[in-house]
Design a protein around this ligand. Structure first.
Ligand SMILES: [Cu+2]
Length: 87
């Protein structure tokens, strides 16, 4: 039983660590997207991208950082830019 508890503790610590990494990453991605969107001249693409950027921002605020990163990647595809992910 002790082993199981120790394992659980390790898993939880790893999970929290990953959460923190994502939490720091989203704003960086969102900033890159906003810069790219500001330069986008195609209003249709810009509109689609802005919607995704707002969604990513919301997901980040809700603590769904992994989803936020995925949404940010989708927005980057719309804008045709490559995001710099933090390692
Ligand atoms: Cu986040």
């Amino acid at each position: 039983m002790k082993k199981v508890m120790a394992l659980l503790a390790v898993v939880m610590m790893l999970g929290a660590g990953a959460g923190v990494a994502f939490a720091k990453e989203c704003p960086l991605l969102i900033k890159q997207l906003k810069d790219a969107s500001a330069k986008e001249k195609d209003t249709k693409k810009k509109g689609d991208a802005d919607k995704l950027i707002a969604k990513a921002q919301k997901e980040h605020e809700d603590g769904k950082h992994a989803d936020s990163v995925k949404t940010a990647d989708d927005a980057a595809k719309v804008l045709g830019v490559k995001l710099e992910h933090k390692q």
